[in-house]
Write a protein that binds this ligand. Structure first.
Ligand SMILES: [Zn+2]
Length: 60
């Protein structure tokens, strides 16, 4: 075990916060808050997706 392994584990634990499969807008949020997805994490997820796209896709 070295620093590299610990960094990898950190990355993996961060990824676990994100859902493998997104719920529908009117379904319960994946975070377990009991709120609808659109009232909870949907804006945050969309913002992250938009950021990832601006990084990966370049300016539009
Ligand atoms: Zn949520």
């Amino acid at each position: 075990m070295g620093l590299f392994d610990r960094a990898l584990n950190l990355l993996r634990s961060n990824e676990e916060k994100a859902p493998a499969q997104k719920p529908g807008r009117n379904d319960a949020c994946w975070c377990g808050s009991g709120k609808k997805y659109k009232k909870c994490h949907l804006p945050e997820d969309e913002m992250k997706a938009a950021k990832a796209c601006s990084l990966n896709c370049g300016p539009t």
